[in-house]
Write a protein that binds this ligand. Structure first.
Ligand code: SAM
Ligand code: SF4
Ligand code: SF4
Length: 357
């Protein structure tokens, strides 16, 4: 059972002195990695209590979520997104918490879509039947839906909100009907919890036109009771599926792609495996995260963010904000997963629901 701990929302910092002027050149961090991918958490709230993400013992009735005035407005998010795109960001993912709980989210999509980045959203699918068409009409390019099990009892236990499988499947169908195809389906695999359903899930999504992605259970945050023993390595996932439905590897779409790609030899489509624990991909990591309250994190496992909200609300112009973000990226040195040990896994880290998954 995870320990009850106070979730950390660390004091943010920006480079102390005035950042040097950004000269428009290709940005690279200290390891030569470009800035490409921005994940924006639009809410720290969720209607699920997935045991590996927001365990109910911690995120209970007393948990203090952020008040409305603390979170970035749509206008603030869109302004920052434009600045990030000017610095080289090509892909923006809206996430959370559960992003579709943020009121009027399609309005934010409509503000971001014209900026030109590839625009995607990750959702638990619980309200997708209601929102899929509006998201498509607003200009969302792609959708990822999380669904950890097709077995009713297992899924309800994992989301710990007694939420039925059927409603998520209806949401995925609604997304496909609205023109999102393929939908990516995320399945976090935890040993002894849902690993018996790996092959069943593969069987279900084969030939559907959608892409199932298996995610190794990670030590994000400080509340999910992570243990290496609970991780099923992606290699084992591939082996188990291959025994039933032979697979072969596929070339990555681009450098820094998170998911390893495999296709069914019989032509029934492909799967992805996200091996953040057993095959760290820090060397190519070009992602950063903007938290719900406007702090920039250069790693999923960071212990501290960089406060952009104070710049926004303190009247800084776009050039000053751009210079500060560029300075943060140039100093970036993160490679947590490459260095992970049982000890680092115990260190305090920000929660994924706050920083954005
Ligand atoms: N609520 C949305 C959802 O569940 O799709 C978006 C936010 S959620 C934090 C983003 C993704 O992170 C989900 O696919 C979820 O399964 C994954 N995730 C959360 N905690 C995780 C963990 N400890 N290890 C691996 N993946 C995790
Ligand atoms: Fe909510 Fe997504 Fe976290 Fe589950 S994984 S608790 S749906 S934010
Ligand atoms: Fe990127 Fe940090 Fe994950 Fe490494 S641990 S891949 S640097 S987010």
């Amino acid at each position: 059972m995870p320990q009850k701990v106070i979730s950390i929302r660390p004091q943010s910092r920006m480079p102390g002195t005035k950042a040097p002027r950004y000269d428009g050149s290709q940005l690279a961090d200290t390891r030569g990695r470009p800035m490409r991918d921005l994940r924006i958490s639009v809410t720290d709230r969720c209607n699920f209590r997935c045991t590996y993400c927001m365990p109910r013992e911690v995120f209970d009735a007393d948990y203090k979520f952020l008040p409305h005035e603390a979170i970035l407005s749509f206008e603030e998010i869109a302004r920052l997104a434009g600045i990030f795109i000017g610095l080289g960001v090509k892909k923006i993912r809206l996430t959370g918490g559960e992003p579709l709980l943020r009121k009027g989210l399609p309005d934010l999509v409509a503000m971001l879509a014209p900026l030109g980045a590839d625009l995607t959203l990750t959702t638990n699918g619980s309200t997708l039947v209601k929102h899929a068409q509006a998201l498509k009409d607003a200009g969302l390019d792609r959708l990822t839906v999380s669904l950890d099990s097709l077995d009713e009892a297992t899924f309800r236990a994992m989301n710990d909100a007694d939420f039925p499988v059927e409603k998520v499947l209806d949401g995925i169908a609604a997304a496909a009907d609205s023109g999102f195809s393929p939908v990516k389906i995320n399945m976090v695999v935890k040993r002894g919890v849902n690993d018996q359903q790996i092959v069943e899930a593969a069987r279900h999504w084969r030939d559907s036109g959608h892409i199932l992605r298996f995610i190794e259970f990670m030590d994000v945050g400080s509340t999910n009771g992570w243990r290496m023993d609970d991780v099923i390595p992606s290699a084992e996932v591939v082996r188990r599926i291959s025994e039933a439905f032979p697979l072969e590897p596929v070339e990555a779409n681009y450098a820094g792609e998170v998911a390893g790609r495999w296709r069914y030899k019989d032509g029934a489509g492909e799967i992805g495996v996200i091996s953040s624990v057993t095959q760290a991909f820090c060397a190519d990591c070009n992602r950063m995260r903007l938290s719900t309250e406007g702090s920039l994190y250069t790693c999923l496992f960071a212990q501290q963010g960089h406060d952009l909200k104070s710049l926004l609300r303190g009247g800084a112009d776009d050039d000053a904000i751009r210079d500060s973000i560029a300075a943060v990226w140039r100093l970036r040195d993160d490679r947590y997963s490459e260095l992970r040990t049982a000890e680092t896994a115990k260190k305090p880290k920000v929660e994924m629901s706050y920083i954005g998954g």
